[in-house]
Design a protein around this ligand. Sequence first.
Ligand code: NAP
Ligand code: ZN
Ligand code: ZN
Length: 371
Amino acid sequence: MLSISILFPTWFAQQETPMQTKAYAAQSATTPLTPFKIDRRDPGVRDVGIEILFCGVCHSDLHTARGEWQGVLYPCVPGHEIIGRVTAVGRDVRRFKPGEIVGVGCMVDSCRTCPSCRQGLEQYCEGPHGFTGTYNGAARGGGQNTYGGYSAAITVDEHFVLHVRHGADQLAAAAPLLCAGITTWSPLRHWKVGRNSKVGIVGIGGLGHMGVKLAHGLGAHVVAFTTSESKRDAARELGANEVVVSKNANEMQQHTGSFDFILNTVAAPQNLDAYLTLLRRDGALTLVGAPPTPHESPQVFNLIFARRSLAGSLIGGIPETQEMLDFCADKGIVSSIETIAIQQIETAYERMLRSDVKYRFVIDMQSLARE
Ligand code: NAP
Ligand code: ZN
Ligand code: ZN
């Protein structure tokens, strides 16, 4: 035993020594989240041990916990907008120190060798199982299931840990940057949104309100599309130059053929033609919202007559996540949030379903200590 551990020290150092950790889990698609104990591995040589301070509540958490998407494994501990404090680092960790504030987003592993991973686009990992999600990470067949940020602590390979430069009073509001922020930043950058762009953001929820703030921060002319009359003034405060209540056909028509780029964050099936017709020649409509049932197919003529594109985009890679966090720290950008205790999670889900949150719930993980 001794000689083998000398020959393979890294392997031995990475073997899991489970630490019991408090969490909240859904035990099935139809039962509410309740207290649950999970095992976290002791940090291996390249791992960072993190005490979780805050975790944002993404609509994907709800889709997953309630089994709205295919392949959910139970128990399910959601949460991929994590801000925490480093408690321990493995022997080979160079970039993080105990006490530092860090972030963890939607991914905790990937193959690291495929073309996408080598380009820092780990979310499109071409390895046999793709990337490993922070939760429900084994759903595509790789390894053990992963448990997310609705928990007291997490252990993550340093490659997937981010530096957070926001001040102590901004940490709760920085949490949603780890999913809502990067999911809107990545397509805004890929489609080269900048000072001369007219950009539409559809659905002013968790993702959408970050899309407005980030597109505004990049200097674009931003139009917010909302179904909620009550968000008309609020969306301007987020940085929208104009607000369109999308149920109003007249308001929609005034923007026909004028957008360079539209980002659609809506979590429900929609009429995509209503937005494709608003694009100028060569404009793109990019979908990040992931409804459980498909959109109706849009009209081909709406695409071919103006060479318009309909595209999709998945979260963002690790280098661009750090770029976004640094951009936000420099510009003082954070999410607009309502802080909750973990015990309020089911009420938060119900309110999110009614679009009744301005604009992201964030769990103060201190509340787990009560369990
Ligand atoms: P959210 O906070 O619930 O926001 C969605 C917004 O869409 C709502 O606030 C509402 O905005 C609008 N909306 C809701 N129902 C609608 C309907 N029936 N018709 C039109 N508009 C409607 O959700 P989120 O956390 O931002 O997530 C949005 C979607 O993105 C989810 O499907 C989530 O799973 C997905 N997502 C995808 C990625 C990715 O990588 N692609 C990453 C994270 C999340 P208004 O009140 O302004 O209309
Ligand atoms: Zn998310
Ligand atoms: Zn890969």
